[in-house]
Design a protein around this ligand. Structure first.
Ligand code: F6P
Length: 335
């Protein structure tokens, strides 16, 4: 018999509920007690928890968000916060802690493990897909699909008006969403950390303006730029305004924002979440600890937590190269 604690932390991601369900079902299978802590690490620090029954996870596999709620927890960046979290784990006689979240959440887990003897397991859940050593994180596929659907609709208006749209995508400081969405939406330009240097904004503005004018004059069609959030100084609205002023052509900004975090998870996320949730409790049953449960080439992998947070996962270099050499409209010199 073990007492397992479970929480979701950081940005919610579609599929977190599917992972919670899988953890709860597997815990019950092994006759383990499973307690959910609410609002990320805050629930651990402030004793907000509930024992999770099979009924609690009925009907949640297709729901976005997280039934355990989530939050950022600045207290976990302080020694006092970590000590409080550890004190709660000890008071509640927890044997193992499972955290579903991104790299910040995993860092919290590592800090806890330095003071606490229990088993610690991380499940990668973030729309950003920036966790190393797992092909995908829970929520990424849904976020990409949601953004593509939205951009297809924007494209209809853009085509009808032969207009320039600049769509800003989430990802914090990595371009997985931007590249995957940009390529799948046949964006004329993809601007992201991996392929676009904002050090000289004047030079970049000149290049982009020339290209917009060339394509708009010769092709009479829409022109879609997707841009990673936090890339352009002052954001996509500022870029749109600057380009409008230089080209004399209306460039419309559109920040997709939190629409990318919500919604019912696609099949790929439900399956990934379920596989990782089941494997996390199996790992606990086998006395494993200090691991992230990920997936590579369709198989579950067990990665040292410390390795998972060492580097941000890079965007697929083949996508970057294909965009640079072939797909970007800048290469289509016949237009
Ligand atoms: O990590 C997920 C994410 O949605 C990022 O893409 C984004 O930069 C960030 O969270 C936004 O965080 P918050 O919801 O705290 O504003």
């Amino acid at each position: 018999m073990k007492n397992i604690a479970l929480l979701t932390s950081g940005g919610d991601a579609p599929g977190m509920n599917a992972a919670i369900r899988a953890v709860v079902l597997t815990a019950h299978h092994y006759n383990f007690n499973i307690t959910g802590y609410f609002h990320g690490y805050n629930g651990l620090i402030h004793n907000e928890s509930k024992s999770l029954s099979l009924t609690d996870v009925n009907g949640i596999i297709g729901r976005g968000g997280t039934i355990l709620k989530s939050a950022r927890c600045p207290a976990m960046l302080t020694p006092q916060g970590i000590q409080q979290a550890v004190a709660s784990l000890e008071k509640d006689q927890i044997d193992a802690l499972i955290v579903i979240g991104g790299d910040g959440s995993f860092n919290g887990l590592i800090e806890i493990s330095l003071l606490w003897q229990g088993q610690v397991i991380g499940i990668p859940g973030t729309i950003d897909n920036d966790i190393d050593h797992t092909d995908f994180t829970i929520g990424f596929s849904t976020a990409v699909n949601t953004a593509i659907e939205a951009i297809d609709k924007i494209r209809d208006t853009a085509d009808a008006f032969e207009r320039v749209f600049i769509v800003e995508l989430m990802g914090r400081n990595s371009g997985h969403i931007t590249f995957n969405v940009g390529i799948s939406s046949a964006a004329e330009q993809i601007l992201s950390f991996e392929n676009f240097d904002c050090a000289d904004t004047t030079a970049r503005l000149t290049e982009l303006s020339e290209d917009i004018k060339r394509v708009q004059t010769n092709r009479h069609a829409s022109y879609l730029i997707v841009i990673a959030e936090n890339l352009w100084p002052d954001g996509c609205s500022s870029l749109a305004q600057q380009l409008t002023e230089i080209t004399g052509i209306d460039c419309t900004p559109c920040i997709l924002g939190y629409i990318q975090r919500g919604g019912s998870p696609v099949a790929k996320d439900r399956l990934l979440a379920t596989k990782l949730g089941v494997a996390s409790v199996q790992a606990i049953n086998e006395e494993k600890t200090h691991l992230m449960i990920g997936e590579q080439n369709n198989a579950v992998v067990f990665i040292e937590l410390i390795e998972a947070v060492k580097h941000q996962k890079k965007v697929n270099s083949q996508l970057i190269k294909a965009q640079k050499d072939i797909l970007s409209v800048t290469n289509q010199t016949q237009i």
